[in-house]
Design a protein around this ligand. Sequence first.
Ligand code: ADP
Ligand code: MG
Length: 239
Amino acid sequence: MFALDVQQLAKVYKGGFQALKGVDLQVDEGDFFALLGPNGAGKSTFIGIVSSLVRKTSGRVQVFGQDLDEDPEGVKSSIGLVPQEFNFNLFLPVLEVVLNQAGYYGIPRREAKVRAERSLRQLDLWDRRGTEMRKLSGGLKRRLMIARALVHEPRLLILDEPTAGVDIEIRRSMWSFLRELNAKGTTIILTTHYLEEAESLCRNIAIISEGAIAERTSVAKLLGQLRTETFVLNLKGSV
Ligand code: ADP
Ligand code: MG
């Protein structure tokens, strides 16, 4: 089964700008997948539609066989999202951030508390549960956003540029956490504009450019191809 099956997905924003131009993309269950592309390519728009934050213009989205139009709640509850930007109340304490997210998924308060604790412990944040989010370092904020995204134990975790602007040590520790999570069975999709990140973490990759998929391949193949191209370029350059 596909974790994600997207067909002919299009998005035209108000004002007429077409951010997605008929995207077809399948991601296998269990995969660790990268959506790589430059700024403005449409990565966040794609992620936003899949995770029910942005309305699609046309096309079909299925998540573990559930259709976004027919079963929006099923799709929503299968996905955990770490958004690119955290534009919500930074005065909230860590625990409340996670509890609110549990509420978003309709989890009753009593169960939400159990889940929030589990999720915060998993990310080593339980001791900071009373700290306001704005007082956390950049790295801890990212960890909190992962804890928040995992509170309902989604089968698919989507991270939108998770390590943009994060220093290398935090990046490494986040990578190892994600690897472990994937090894335990969670399908992961991340967007990035670092090829290095895709290389170090992901098995398969799609390259998106100007709202369309330019290439869909394995990371190993892509790297082989790039090396050959660089080699040929160098060869030409030296003649
Ligand atoms: P990426 O995440 O790859 O950087 P985005 O999906 O954020 O790309 O944006 C793709 C394109 O859509 C960009 O040209 C951006 O300016 C445009 N865009 C994004 N959000 C909106 C919006 N709410 N209204 C109009 N245009 C938008
Ligand atoms: Mg983006």
